[in-house]
Design a protein around this ligand. Structure first.
Ligand SMILES: [Zn+2]
Length: 982
């Protein structure tokens, strides 16, 4: 695709007015092959930033500068209320309701530390314009109803809303969300670091709100705040893509901005933090984690204030400096803090954080031993002074620069450009210059050439002489949950002190009113909807070459890739013994971090970083798409590099595959410790995926293997395995795995590169293959079989449950699959969402069917697991009772929701990945898509009878739920076997 050129003949001109907007600045951005147009609305002064390019993917976003005035969570509750309906669209849960009337591939709303943004993206122009209308009406004309405030913000309510003798409790979506959110120690630590290092202005408050402050918020405050902060003069609008700009401008002007006058918005600015004259120390308390001994649960971190966000070059250089300090085995912090293996690794978000008016750097360790708190400061100082005295190693600097260059090049994906610009833009920074990444690299390289001590001097200024330094310590508090509940109880007592009989009556009435509002059906027909005529064309056919070279099946996709080449190697490992297979995930995580026979792990890290992106490897269990009767176990290795470095990349891969080594047991031990820590941390956030996986594991043996390799079962298995086996045993097993699998006989390869590049790389690629060993092909596939039904309850240290029920239906290629997928979407929006989320209080719920043919129902952050499991079992009854709801419109909406997924935009580096990994070629995709669009009501009714009327023969149920203490024991339904080794 030729990119838009900003020459003499460019369609827009600086100084001209287009539909009420004056064009102020036009600049080409060659790095991302686009043109930037900055426009300003004449009446309100609203800035409108347009990135013009030949991309069918179009993005729109509006954001407001919303600094918090306290920790009541006002901007956050407002973000929720905005989505509860507007003058034109009086419908709750706007995004969710739109998701079945649109083919958008992204809709979101986010509250940052001092901004709130509302972005979406779509490839369909009619859809794009519908969504823009919904978004703009929502933010500028929200209803902000009192009942929605009670629902989304906070309210007092009888525990049993029908019983005035029951206790009064506090409820509210944001109120509960924040209790859940800060139960995550990593998040809480990050929030506190921000509060303490930038304490004087907006960042001293907790923008999303805290449990004890949210109940101080009133609707009046919120309405007043909205009229001030959600004014067009305080808004910034972003637009990316190829749809007609003037049509967009005209709509924005005519429907919304022209109804407002310009206002002065200096009130919403966040000033800079005054620099400290001496370092500070703060201590906080966290939630205990039952899986680690209490004296090893400390978190320590150091934060250092850096520069103003609007100083673009400085920002960029500080990012590079930060990466040099923390990333990889050659960095000083890694050497002093990570390698001695005294903790569970860096705290999350360690690194450079350009999220506020003043940027800051932070580094921390988690799962740190109690006595070692002082040690941390010593480690920090030691690392900094050592590098200051010795200087940075030139090879390491080059490696980090190359990595950064590669990552910036890959960043061209439109949403990433938006995220990268939002904070800077919020503080009036020059977002256009910020996209000229080649200029920034050139400037830095020049400075390094002129002054070899350039980075060391920067280090001196920001890391040694900087007095704006915070040490933050978090210790576990065993009474955390009790104290939290106590504080909540006290708060309720206080709230009720001056409550009159009349007020109690109001609480009672509001509870009932909210319940009936939740039950009332909403007129979603008011919302705009795509019609069948608006549907876009299917994804374009990728240009593919398929060949077999040196016996290796190879798939080459020719895509415009802005100078990057992607390499994927897939090794079939099905022939490994079960015991060896179980260690594949660990193998994937460590084998490229251990160095090779010719380079130790530090040298090898520099070698990799200066030539290519780090190798990422994952385990794949790939079931047959046609009959579910067999599966393959494979590992997928991915990397990419600049076109000019493909030869180097292949050489590095060859070195790794032929000469990987596992002998350094100290280093291996450390990598394993970090691997296990990371496993523990991932449960809470994607718990529903784990629940689906764990319930699937009870249905087929391929799914069981998947869960044992990547799910909750993997955590149980690995913790036990590491405890029971010596490092020497683990080392030898890993070695054996590598020697067994890295050969040409069980390899498939995919390369994504630009058309002109193909002929240049084929020779190098063939040579690479020749050097790999060739052995006798072993087993290619394993038999997949169905298991007897069972149910499991996993006891976890989490406040709310994740539930799933899965049964075996039919795989992707079966003719019933599209109808089942449509039914899954229908059940999600019409049954599970209203019943499990709106009435039963779960944060989310849904149904899905996978490629492998497993149909799952699930809930997310669920306070009533037992009730939800019952609802899952009653799916067929509901379908019978409400069969009339299933009409043509409902069918079309469900199809749209499936179509969003089927036509999901694929980044150029991933084009043909389904074909490569699963065998789902473009023709299969086209067939599936047309079958999907042709699904009739009768077909859906047939699959309902066929798959839901009788209890499935092969199913699994699973709950990941809180520790079964006395209060919670009723949550566990009967016949569930309990697993509590986690
Ligand atoms: Zn929220």
């Amino acid at each position: 695709m030729p990119y838009v050129l900003a020459g003499e003949n460019y369609r827009y001109k600086e100084g001209r007015v287009y539909k009420g907007f004056k064009c102020e600045r036009i600049e080409p951005i060659p790095d991302y092959e686009l043109v930037s147009c900055t426009l300003r609305h004449l009446g309100t002064g609203t800035e409108f930033w347009y990135l013009d390019c030949n991309d069918i993917q179009n993005v729109f976003s509006i954001h407001f500068r919303t600094k918090p005035l306290d920790s009541t969570g006002l901007p956050h509750v407002l973000e929720h209320l905005v989505l509860c309906g507007s003058k034109k669209w009086p419908v709750r849960d706007l995004f969710y309701k739109m998701s079945t009337r649109s083919v958008a591939n992204f809709m979101n709303a986010m509250t940052g530390p001092d901004y709130t943004m509302y972005p979406f993206s779509s490839k369909n122009e009619a859809d794009f314009r519908n969504l823009m209308h919904v978004y703009l009406d929502a933010v500028f004309r929200p209803n902000l109803f009192y009942m929605d405030f009670l629902q989304e913000g906070w309210r007092l309510e009888y525990k049993d809303i029908h019983d005035q003798d029951s206790d009064i409790v506090i409820k509210g979506v944001v109120y509960n969300e924040m209790i859940g959110s800060y139960a995550d120690n990593s998040r809480f630590f990050k929030q506190k670091m921000l509060n303490y290092i930038l304490p004087s202005h907006a960042y001293g408050h907790i923008a999303p709100g805290t449990q004890l402050e949210i109940p101080k918020l009133t609707l009046e405050d919120l309405v007043k705040y909205h009229s001030q902060y959600y004014h067009p003069s305080n808004a910034r609008i972003f637009c990316y893509g190829s749809f007609d700009l003037e049509k967009t401008l005209e709509f924005v002007d005519k429907e919304y901005l022209s109804h407002y006058e310009h206002i002065d918005t200096s009130f919403s600015r966040t000033p800079s933090e005054e620099r400290w004259s001496q370092p500070r120390l703060a201590c906080i308390q966290g939630r205990p984690d039952s899986s680690i001994s209490l004296d090893h649960q400390n978190r320590v971190g150091i934060g250092l204030l850096m520069c103003d966000i609007t100083d673009i070059q400085e920002n960029f250089e500080l990012k590079v400096l930060s990466e040099l300090l923390i990333r990889g085995p050659n960095s000083p912090f890694y050497k002093t803090m990570i390698e001695p293996n005294i903790s569970g690794g860096y705290t999350k978000w360690t690194g450079y954080l350009p999220n506020c008016k003043d940027t800051y750097f932070n580094v921390g360790l988690q799962d740190f031993a109690d006595d070692d708190v002082e040690l941390f400061e010593a480690l920090f100082t030691d690392a900094i002074h050592r590098v200051s005295a010795e200087g940075f190693d030139a090879k390491h600097v080059e490696a980090i620069l190359c990595t950064q260059e590669l990552l910036r090049k890959q960043e061209s994906e439109c949403k990433r450009l938006l995220y990268r610009s939002t904070v800077l833009w919020n503080h009036d920074g020059d977002v256009v210059s910020n996209l000229k990444v080649s200029d920034m690299f050139a400037t830095l390289r020049n400075r390094l050439n002129e002054n070899p001590m350039y980075l060391e001097q920067k280090l001196e200024k920001y890391f040694i002489k900087n007095q704006h330094k915070l040490t933050l310590i978090m210790r576990p508090n065993e009474l955390h949950e009790i104290e939290r509940q106590h504080a909540e109880a006290e708060l309720i007592v206080k709230k009720l002190e001056k409550t009159s009989d009349e007020d109690f009556e109001k609480i009672y009435e509001n509870g009932l009113k909210l319940e009936s509002l939740q039950k009332a059906s909403q007129d979603i027909e008011l919302l705009p909807c795509l019609s069948i005529n608006d549907l876009q064309q299917p994804l374009p056919r990728p240009k593919i070459i398929e060949l077999t070279l040196r016996g290796v099946p190879t798939l080459i996709s020719q895509e415009p890739l802005a100078g990057l080449t992607y390499l994927k190697l897939m090794f079939n490992t099905t022939g490994l013994s079960l015991n060896d297979s179980m260690l594949l995930p660990l193998f994937c995580s460590v084998f490229s971090e251990m160095g090779t026979a010719n380079y130790d792990y530090r040298q090898f890290d520099n070698v990799v970083r200066s030539r290519m992106a780090r190798v990422e490897s994952t385990v794949k269990v790939v079931e047959s798409l046609t009959d579910s009767k067999s599966y393959r176990l494979e590992i997928l290795m991915k990397t990419f590099t600049l076109d000019k470095k493909v030869y180097d990349m292949l050489r590095v891969c060859e070195e790794l595959l032929l000469n990987f080594q596992m002998d350094d047991t100290d280093h291996l031990t450390m990598l394993i410790t970090n691997y296990i820590t990371k496993l523990t941390l991932d449960v809470g956030k994607i718990g529903h995926l784990h629940a689906i996986m764990a319930s699937s594991a009870l249905v087929t043996n391929a799914a069981r293997l998947k869960s044992l390799m990547t799910g909750v079962d993997h955590i149980v298995y690995m913790k036990k395995f590491v405890q029971e086996n010596s490092i020497e045993v683990i080392r030898d097993t890993l070695k054996r795995i590598g020697l067994n699998i890295f050969n040409r006989s069980n390899l498939r390869v995919a390369i994504n590169t630009s058309e002109k590049n193909v002929s240049c790389i084929l020779g190098d690629y063939a040579r690479f293959l020749t050097h790999l060993p060739k052995t006798q092909q072993t087993i290619n596939t394993n038999e997949n079989f169905l298991l007897e039904p069972s149910s499991r309850y996993y006891n976890l240290d989490i406040p709310l449950s994740f539930c799933a029920k899965t049964f075996h239906a039919v795989p992707y290629m079966h003719e019933d699959h599209p109808a089942l997928r449509v039914l899954a979407k229908y059940l999600t929006s019409k049954y599970l969402w209203p019943e499990v989320r709106e009435k039963n209080g779960a944060y989310g719920a849904g149904a899905r069917i996978g490629f492998e043919g497993l149909f799952s129902l699930h809930s997310y952050r669920d306070p009533n697991a037992a009730k939800t499991m019952e609802l899952f079992d009653k799916t067929y009854d509901w379908l019978q009772t409400y069969s009339r709801q299933l009409d043509q419109q409902a069918l079309f909406e469900a199809k749209l929701a499936v179509l969003q997924l089927v036509d999901w935009p694929i980044s150029p580096g991933e084009v043909s990945i389904d074909s490569f990994v699963l065998g789902a070629t473009h023709n299969i995709y086209l067939q599936y898509r047309s079958r999907l669009l042709a699904v009739t009501l009768d077909e859906v009714k047939t699959v309902i009878e066929k798959y839901f009327r009788n209890d499935p023969k092969h199913f699994g149920k699973c709950i990941l739920g809180p520790n079964t203490d006395e209060m919670k024991v009723e949550e566990k339904p009967k016949k569930f076997s309990v697993i509590s080794e986690l």
